[in-house]
Ligand binder design. Sequence first.
Ligand code: BGC
Length: 269
Amino acid sequence: AGVNPRQCPARLARMNILGIDVGGSGIKGAPVDLEAGDFAVPRLRIPTPEKSSPKNVAGVVAEIIEHFREHLPDGARIGLTIPAPVVHGRVPFIANLHKSWAGLEASAFFEDFLGRPVTLVNDADGAGLAEVHYGAAKGNDGLVIMTTLGTGIGSAIIHRGVLVPNAELGHVELDGHDAESRAASSIKDREGLSYKQWAVRLQRYYSHLEMLFSPDLFVVGGGVSKDSEKFLPQLDLKTPIVPARLRNRAGIIGAALAARDADLHPDTV
Ligand code: BGC
């Protein structure tokens, strides 16, 4: 039976919420147990359609919802991350999916397409929220900068547990270039850089962020963070820099957290 979350917020803390993480190469989802801060059942991953238009992506999202139907309350809100800023439901620009996302009222589009409430959040913001709640930045009371190194570079700024949304620090200018076009892990692969060569670029990048923000902690996520011992020890920074603990689970868990927040505090969304 369906649960109306607005009528029973206490129940909301215990039920599973579906989180879906839309990336450049895969769309991944799982019902999340927010008490445990982990998947309630194993995730499902479907490759991102070659033409990654909003409609094609929404089709895959619908498939993932259908797959987990028996684990979820009917018509419940889902959380969805996308690799773009989301400003009051609208995507102002897109770097690593089909260009037709730019300018889209994406929240409204997904709610129409899926016929249920959807909370849309930037992928790195979602990952940052998850790391602060359950992972590498848990309990940190200062300024945390989460970066995800993948197809692009995502970022989240979190101060004393509060997210400043839509920081796009992957696009700061570095030596005359868009930073992610020099230092994302996809560039390491594309240019065949060794970890040592790549670390030189990461050093430039993180020193620049350190100078701009004076953070208390850098958290480094993205698939490559599983090999963090090959590059993080090579960086010389004043700020502690640690690998993400939730790895590739962070986006899905963060999406679910954002969806729960939207139901618990509808006035602040
Ligand atoms: C996008 C960000 C996103 C990041 C990681 C960047 O190109 O502009 O919004 O968080 O890639 O996916």
